[in-house]
Write a protein that binds this ligand. Structure first.
Ligand code: HEC
Ligand code: HEC
Length: 313
C-alpha cells in the first residue's frame, strides 16, 4: 500500500516522524461516548441525593441526608449513647444493627423468662437457639470443643454424647458454663510402684471390656478398692464416677485423657492408662464464663448444648 492510499482511508493528526511514523486520530466509538455521558449524568444525580462533596469541615448531605436518623451506639468504654445524625452509610448500618439487636433482644428476653424445658419445647424459640447458639458456640467454645462440639481426645470432652462428667441436666451444664470446671486427680507416682500401676490399670481396662491381663486386673481390683490408693473414694466403688467432682466414669467406652481407643495394641492401651495414673491429671481446664457472657447468653448456650448438640440428659 502506498503512502497516499493510507492517507485517504485513515485520519491522522498530520504529525509525521521518521518519514513514515504517523499519529492516528480516529473518532471514539459512539457507544463509548454515550457511556461516558451517562456516567456524568449518574454522578450529578448521585451528588444531589447522597452525601458527596467535602465543604469546609463538613460535606454536602444530599436529599437522602435531609432525614435525620437516631440510633444507639456503644462507645469504646462500653457505655451506650443515643446519636442523631443525618443519613449516611454508617448511620444506615447502625440503624439496621439496632433493629437486629432489638429483634434479638426480644428472643433473648423470652429465653430468659422461660424455663429450660419450655424453651426446648418452643419450636420458634429453638430456631433462635440454634442460630444464635451456633454463633456463640463458634466464638467461645469451638476453639476447645470443636465446631460440632465433638471434642478432642486429650484436650476437651465431647458434648454431643450422653456421657457427662459433671452431670448432663440443664442445671449441671449451666453451672459448668458459669463457674468453669477443673477436675483434679492426684499423681500416684509416689504411692504405687510400677507393678501396682500395671495392675490397677489392667483393672480399669477390664471395666469397659478392653483387652487386659485377668490376673493382674484381679490384684488391681483390690488396689482400686483399697485405702492405699483410694481410687474408689473419688470414682465410686462401682467406678461410675461422681459428677460433683467430675471424676470420670471408668466403666464406659469413653476416654478423655488416656487415648485407649486410639492405642492399637493391648500394651499401648495399658501404657496410656498407666501414664495417666502415674502423672495424675490437672490440665484441661474449662474456663469460667459467668463474667464474660450475659446470663441470657449462658442460658441459651445451655439449651444449645443440651438440645441442639443433642447430648443432654
Ligand atoms: C480453653 C478450652 C475450653 C473452652 C474455650 C471451653 N471449654 Fe468446656 N471444657 C473444657 C475442658 C478441658 C473440659 C473438661 C474439664 C474437666 O474435665 O475438668 C470442659 C468441660 C465442659 C463441659 C462439661 C462436660 C461434662 O462432661 O460434664 C461443658 C458442658 C462445657 N465444657 C461446655 C462449654 C461451653 C458451652 C463453652 C463455651 C462457652 C466451653 N465449654 C468452652 C475446655 C474448654
Ligand atoms: C481425688 C480424686 C481422685 C482419685 C483419688 C482418683 N481419681 Fe481418677 N480421676 C479423678 C478426676 C477428677 C478425673 C477426671 C479429670 C479430668 O477430666 O480433668 C479422673 C480421671 C481418671 C481417669 C481418666 C478417665 C478418662 O476417661 O479420661 C482414669 C483412668 C482414672 N481417673 C483412674 C483412677 C485410678 C485407677 C485411681 C486410683 C489409683 C484414681 N483414678 C484415683 C479423680 C480421682
Amino acid at each position: 500500500m502506498s503512502q497516499d492510499n493510507k492517507k485517504a482511508t485513515t485520519q491522522t493528526t498530520g504529525h509525521v516522524w521518521d518519514d513514515d511514523l504517523e499519529e492516528l486520530d480516529n473518532p471514539l466509538p459512539r457507544w463509548w461516548i454515550w457511556g461516558f455521558y451517562v456516567t456524568f449524568a449518574f454522578a450529578i444525580v448521585y451528588w444531589l441525593f447522597y452525601p458527596a462533596w467535602p465543604v469546609a469541615n463538613t460535606y454536602t448531605k444530599g436529599i437522602a441526608g435531609l432525614n435525620n436518623v437516631t440510633y444507639v451506639a456503644t462507645k469504646a468504654d462500653g457505655t451506650q449513647e443515643t446519636k442523631t445524625t443525618h443519613w449516611n452509610m454508617r448511620s444506615k448500618l447502625m440503624v439496621e444493627m439496632n433493629e437486629l439487636k432489638a429483634e434479638q433482644k426480644q428472643y433473648f428476653d423470652k429465653v430468659a423468662s422461660k424455663s429450660f424445658e419450655e424453651v426446648a419445647k418452643d419450636p420458634e424459640l429453638m430456631q433462635f437457639v440454634n442460630s444464635a447458639g451456633k454463633t456463640l458456640f463458634a466464638t467461645n467454645c469451638a476453639p476447645c470443643h470443636q465446631a460440632g462440639g465433638q471434642g478432642k481426645v486429650k484436650f476437651s470432652p465431647n458434648l454431643t454424647d450422653d456421657h457427662w462428667q459433671y452431670g448432663g441436666a440443664y442445671e449441671n451444664i449451666e453451672t459448668t458454663i458459669i463457674a468453669g470446671r477443673n477436675g483434679v486427680m492426684p499423681s500416684f507416682k509416689a504411692i504405687l510402684n510400677d507393678e501396682e500401676l500395671s495392675q490397677v490399670s489392667s483393672y480399669v481396662l477390664s471395666l469397659s471390656g478392653e483387652p487386659h491381663n485377668a490376673d493382674a486386673a484381679k490384684l488391681g481390683d483390690a488396689i482400686f478398692h483399697g485405702d492405699k490408693a483410694g481410687c474408689y473414694a473419688c470414682h465410686g466403688a462401682d467406678a461410675k464416677g461422681n459428677p460433683a467432682i467430675g471424676s470420670a466414669n471408668l466403666t464406659d467406652k469413653i476416654w478423655l485423657w488416656p487415648d485407649v481407643l486410639g492405642a492399637k495394641t493391648p500394651e499401648a492401651k495399658l501404657t496410656e492408662v498407666k501414664t495417666l495414673i502415674y502423672d495424675g491429671m490437672n490440665k484441661g481446664v474449662m474456663p469460667v464464663w459467668g463474667a464474660r457472657l450475659k446470663p441470657e447468653q449462658i442460658k441459651l448456650l445451655t439449651v444449645y448444648v443440651h438440645d441442639s448438640l443433642g447430648g443432654g440428659k
